[in-house]
Every structure is written in C-alpha cells, then in structure tokens.
Design a binder for this molecule. Structure first.
Ligand SMILES: [Zn+2]
Length: 434
C-alpha cells in the first residue's frame, strides 16, 4: 500500500526537533564529540526526544553520522544498555518519595557499607557522613542510593520500573537485587526510548505514557485504517513528580549535570555512568521536552574518562539548545500541595538557633519534620560514624533477607564524571510556591 496506493501517515515528529538532532549527530565537524579513541572503532550515540504532556516522540536518532540505509540498527529503540546512575531517580528516589519514606531534606548517612561480601563504593573517595537526599542525588552518591532502596524494598522498586514504567528487559530473576536497582548495573538493560519515557513521567506530573510515533494512518480513499491508542497510567502523585523535578533541577543546574546546562532554559536532569565506564547517559527535561542520550560503543568497551566523559552531556546540550531556541524560559511550575520548612542540613530536623547549615525545603503533606534539631552537630572533620546522636542509621534500613546482593555484582565504584559539583551546603536554587 505504501508503494502503490498511497498512505497518509500522521507522524508525531516535529521537523525542527528532528533537524536539530541531525545537525548535531551528523556534523562531520563534530569530531570532538565523536572521536575514535579505541583503534578505528566509531563510538556511537542515540537520542530520543519526547513532549511530556502527551508522551509523543518528537525526534529520534539511532546512530552517529548521516543515515545511509533503511531498516538498520536503531540504537534508540533496539539496543539495551546499562543505565548506571541514571536509574537512581526512577528506581530509588522517586519510589521512596512516593511511598512517603523520604523527602529532599531527609538525612541519609554516607558511610562504609557492606552486605554479604558486597562492598560498594562511591565514585569519589571516602564518605560525606550525613547528607540530604537532595545532595545525594546531586552528587550521585552510591551508598545513600543503596540505603534508600533498602527502605523502598527491591519488590516495590521493581514494580515501579516494570509494571508502572514498563521497562521491557528488566527481569526479577536477573535484576531484582540491590546492586542493579540502586546503581543501574542491570543484566540486559534499558533502551534510550524507555529512559526518555520514564523521565517524562516526572515531567508530566507523575503520569507515564507509552511513547508513540504516529497518531493515525489513512488509505488513499481517506479511510482511517490504523489509529494509535494512547496508553497511559499514573506512576507518581503530582507532588512526588514535582519534588523529583525540583531535586533534578538542583542536579542539572549545579550538580553533576552542570556540563549539560542549557544556555537559556531551566532544565532538570541526571547523569549515568556504569561501573566500568562502558555506557554514558544523560537524561533531562525542560517544561517543553524530555531528552535521553546514550553514548558508548556497539561492542561494549570502556569509554576513556579523560576525553569523553561528558559527551552525552554535550550531545544533550547541543541538541536541546537548538530545540529550545526562541522558546520562553518559563521554568517549572512551583509544586502545588507541598509544605515548606526550614531544616537543619546536619540533622534533617527543624532548624533552631545554632544550626549553621539550613535550607528551606519542600515536603509532601504530613512529611514535614516535627522534631526540632537538638543543636548537637558534628565538629568539622569529625568521623561521621555513630558519633552524632542524630546520625543513627534508619532502623528500618536493616538488610532485607530477600534483597541479597546480585552475586555477579562486582564491587562498583561507579565512576561518575567529576565536573564541578556545587560546593557543600550552598543555598538551594528552588522557589517556594507563591
Ligand atoms: Zn541543627
């Protein structure tokens, strides 16, 4: 019918968005973004852009360079790779906020962790002691992610990913363990399209939409012969989604995502790097578009950190800057239905006189701390382990016998690129609801 009768296919593609993607991904001058570092093998990349309000795919690129053939490998939809730390917001923190287990101002202790011979590390040396959840995301800390996942439980985390956000290659047998769900070392992995759709859930007030590329197909007589049914479901409450957006704005605007920062548009986003540096991700969004980028080799091999650690960030930035040219920087709508309180950044309790490091933070209804800070804080440089009465680990965070670590999981200092993280305890760039 395509070749003889003629069909009208109503695509969701936005030509300007698609052209912006081609411009970046096909640019032969772009050798800085796609250097051949390992022999003569070309590093690859893929990207998907979705409009969050309807879940439609507005643009897609399945590889580097000009498209020369049809029906070839599309790395945006057909390739599944480990998401690394970009899994943390969707598998750990989003579910934890949704289940009223934590808030952005909750304190998690970053300290040595060991379970059944598994000794995960942070990508940076050492431990920061008590940190807020907001900072743990911003710095992509591994130990706080693991501890938070233990509160959520691997069953609930798996349920969010597989049953609510519809990841197709995450299996209970291979992946329902602490290490893959907290740190992203999944056995088969995720596609770029799946990651874009999952983050679009945050951007669309908690509603997941199955991504789609056409709305209807008409035959030559004008009769509708195919109509796309748009399938969606609620994953997070609006408050959870907005809180996660606020946390991811902190990450994108001042944390590890800073090298992806757009020139004239507020964005939320998260980096992802696997433990062996084979897959590099950036997933981010603005009020207009969600973009997911993967960068690596078709035959997985290490992407040298020094030269290409932030290529995914740069691809995101290059395409999204073009896509947003001329659009108003309207920012994200202030969350509605959340409460605000000034908390002590060392205890997570309500700040009192004498608390030096404080922040005005958002909470879901009923989650505002009622306890005032005792005023007892760690002295500068003091070992955080068990010296602060406020710093006792959550008693609920005891190891779940069902949550044994993945036996295949090697200790992973999942190496996040050290760009220019925000200095500790600087004011948080968020605005309270008007
Ligand atoms: Zn205090």
């Amino acid at each position: 019918m395509v070749y003889s009768g003629g069909l009208k296919i109503y695509s969701t593609m936005n030509v300007d968005v698609q052209n912006a993607m081609h411009k970046t991904f096909e640019d032969s001058e772009n050798t800085k973004l796609f250097p051949k570092l390992s022999g003569d093998v070309q590093p690859q990349a893929a990207m998907v852009i979705i409009s969050p309000e309807d879940g439609a795919i507005r643009g897609m690129v399945g590889g580097v360079g000009p498209k020369t053939e049809s029906l070839i490998l599309n790395r945006a939809t057909d390739t599944y790779r480990q998401p690394g730390s970009s899994i943390k917001p969707i598998a750990v923190y989003g579910p934890a906020v949704e289940l009223n287990l934590i808030s952005p101002g909750s304190i998690i202790i970053d300290e040595p962790f060991s379970q059944n011979g598994w000794n995960p590390q942070n990508w940076y040396k050492g431990y920061e002691g008590p940190v807020t959840m907001r900072r743990a995301v911003e710095r992509s800390m591994n130990i706080p992610a693991i501890k938070t996942l233990m509160q959520v439980g691997v069953d609930a985390s798996f349920d969010f990913l597989v049953n609510k956000m519809h990841f197709s290659n995450i299996t209970a047998k291979d992946d329902k363990y602490l290490s893959p769900l907290a740190l992203g070392g999944l056995t088969k992995g995720v596609s770029v399209k799946e990651m874009a759709a999952a983050y679009a859930t945050f951007a669309n007030k908690g509603i997941y939409t199955q991504p789609y590329m056409y709305t209807k197909v008409l035959d030559k007589t004008g009769k509708v012969i195919l109509e796309k049914e748009i399938v969606n479901n609620r994953v997070f409450s609006e408050q959870t989604a907005d809180i996660m957006t606020s946390v991811l704005v902190t990450t994108a605007e001042g944390g590890l995502g800073i090298s992806a920062k757009l020139s004239n548009m507020t964005a939320a986003g998260k980096t992802g790097t696997t433990n062996d540096d084979k897959d590099r991700w950036y997933v981010g969004y603005t009020p207009y578009y969600v973009g997911a980028v993967w960068y690596g080799y078709d035959e997985p091999k290490t992407v040298p950190y020094s030269q290409t650690s932030i290529v995914a960030h740069k691809l995101f930035k290059s395409v999204m800057n073009d896509v947003h040219a001329g659009l108003k920087n309207k920012g994200f709508k202030a969350p509605s239905g959340v409460s605000w309180a000034t908390i002590c950044l060392e205890s997570g309790d309500l700040a009192v006189e004498g608390c030096e490091k404080t922040a005005y933070e958002m909470f879901k209804p009923g989650m505002v701390p009622v306890k005032e800070c005792s005023g007892v804080h760690l002295a500068e440089g003091e070992n955080p382990e068990g010296t602060d009465p406020n710093a006792t680990p959550d008693p609920n965070a005891t190891p779940d016998p069902n949550a044994t670590p993945d036996p295949n999981a090697t200790p992973q200092p999942s190496a996040e690129p050290a760009t220019t993280p925000r200095p500790e305890h600087t004011p948080i760039p968020i605005a309270p609801a008007a």
